[in-house]
Write a protein that binds this ligand. Structure first.
Ligand code: 13P
Length: 264
């Protein structure tokens, strides 16, 4: 058993991606907040589209649910049409920001270096970055899973210190598992999480024990408990299932049960 488990508070993060209306966002938050008070041992975070951040910030005030952005600019402010800065995310009440999601890397051409700059910018402004790494199916089949995760993580370690991971989160999201209904097995995910923690540990063993590593990719109510039972899986980054309050709360409860199990 990883001795760091008891110091790492489980985090269940709902990445809503480009989904929602004011009506659906209101209903989803009402469903989540109705039960979130019973789940204070874990941390629950939601990541609405930018335009709904202010609305959700008002709804989560005085509740245990925290807020995050789905992306940020690597610039502070200025003539960058369409971009959102870290300071703005802080200003509207965000604690977290997702950095380097595979959909940003794939559809918006984000390089490892750009992701590393965004990660540093988030930290500079007191946001907790959630760095996403993960391989495509072709890369997994070519045996390159560790090489890809190592390269993506390495770019960040080259820009920020390994100690920075005491204030950051990593999410292992295999691209082939995202939105496909085909999750990594708990053993597959655990193996990559151990590798990732090891990479941080080569430079900073304290940060390696502290950093939470989330699994993302088709996490559902039905598979969450098995995934979260793995000693190095410290939570989930949930896409589709986070749009359904009941399903999302089932995942949160699985994370809370994991804590109970770890404490014996
Ligand atoms: P799904 O849970 O829909 O597979 O999405 C995972 C994800 O990309 C979360 O960031």
């Amino acid at each position: 058993m990883d001795e760091g488990l008891d110091v790492r508070r489980a985090l269940v993060a709902g990445n809503w991606k480009m989904n929602g209306t004011r009506v659906s966002v209101g209903a989803l938050m009402e469903g989540i907040l109705r039960q979130a008070g019973d789940l204070r041992d874990i941390e629950i975070a939601v990541f609405p589209p930018f335009v709904y951040l202010g609305m959700v910030a008002d709804l989560v005030r005085h509740t245990p649910v925290v807020l995050g952005g789905q992306d940020l600019s690597d610039h502070d402010s200025g003539a960058y049409t369409g971009e959102i800065g870290a300071g703005m995310l802080r200003d509207v009440g965000c604690r977290y920001v997702i950095v380097g999601h595979s959909e940003r890397r794939q559809y918006h051409g984000e390089s490892d270096e750009l992701v590393a700059r965004k990660f540093a910018r988030a930290l500079e402004h007191g946001l907790v970055p959630i760095l996403c790494v993960g391989e495509t199916l072709a890369e997994r089949e070519a045996g390159e899973t560790e090489a890809v995760a190592g390269r993506q993580l390495g770019a960040v370690l080259a820009t920020s210190t390994a100690a920075a991971f005491q204030q950051a989160v990593i999410a292992y999201e295999p691209v082939w598992a995202i939105g496909t209904g085909r999750n990594a097995t708990p053993e597959q995910a655990q193996a990559v999480h151990v590798f990732i923690r090891g990479q941080v540990g080569l430079r900073d063993p304290v940060a390696a024990r502290a950093v939470r590593i989330l699994y993302g990719g088709s996490v559902k109510g039905g598979n969450a408990a098995a995934l979260l039972a793995q000693p190095d899986i410290d939570g989930g980054l949930v896409g589709g299932a986070s749009l359904d309050a009941a399903e999302f709360l089932t995942i949160c409860r699985a994370a809370a049960t994991r804590i109970g199990a770890a404490q014996g």
